[in-house]
Design a protein around this ligand. Structure first.
Ligand code: AP5
Length: 176
């Protein structure tokens, strides 16, 4: 499994959609959203981070177990940490990483001003624009921990505004 990570708006999904690959792309948030809609009455993905942590963790764990049963080559689109009103919590607790065979951890990022602009210009989502730099910094700490725990390399990809093709080419080169 290759795991793609980054703060909201870093462009993980955009980069992954542009790949030419036989890897199956799985979005962790999509699977959690399905569960949280059924179990907790959530209506859209931007409400998810506001649920009590225990509820988020319940859905998070169900998805981790389902992923452990998934066969074939997978790229997982997810988060190093989730910024909630109650603090940051880990996207990939070690108990999950133990269940999966992790080949690489790919962190997608961009300068904070560009991330802010993208979040403000995306009318389809309600993303916060505060504390982006702190979240990016926290994520890099989590990334190093996940890499040390799994032994999988941590790769950082810069997805600069208007330079999507460079980020896609770097991600594509990792799949060889
Ligand atoms: P998810 O859907 O992954 O939330 P997200 O971080 O908000 O992801 P996005 O898809 O919005 O951001 P992105 O980085 O993919 O950026 P995008 O490509 O859209 O997850 C939803 C929720 O699920 C999370 O909030 C969390 O609650 C939960 N969750 C997920 N994983 C979890 C886990 N492991 N544990 C617990 N909870 C978890 O691009 C953004 C915008 O930028 C777009 O408008 C795009 O067009 C633009 N853009 C991108 N690249 C460029 C570029 N190079 N130049 C110009 N514009 C660009």
């Amino acid at each position: 499994m290759i795991i793609a990570l980054g703060v909201p708006g870093a462009g993980k999904t955009t980069v992954l959609k542009s790949l030419k690959t036989d890897y199956k792309i799985v979005n962790y948030g999509d699977l959690m959203l399905e569960i949280e809609k059924k179990e907790f009455g959530i209506k859209d993905r931007d409400e998810m981070r506001g649920l009590p942590i225990e509820k988020q963790k319940k859905a998070q764990k169900l998805v981790a177990k389902a992923l452990a049963k998934m066969e074939g080559k997978v790229i997982l689109d997810t988060h190093c940490s989730v910024a909630t009103p109650f603090g940051y919590y880990p996207g990939l607790p070690f108990e999950f990483l133990k269940l999966w065979k992790v080949e690489a951890l790919v962190y997608v990022t961009a300068p904070v001003e560009e991330l802010k602009e993208r979040r403000l210009n995306d009318p389809t989502r309600k993303r916060d624009v505060d504390d982006i730099a702190l979240h990016d910094e926290m994520n890099k700490g989590y990334l190093a921990a996940y890499s040390a725990f799994t032994g999988a390399p941590a790769v950082v990809i810069y997805n600069r505004n208007g330079r999507l093709e460079e980020a896609v080419a770097k991600m594509q080169s990792l799949l060889k």
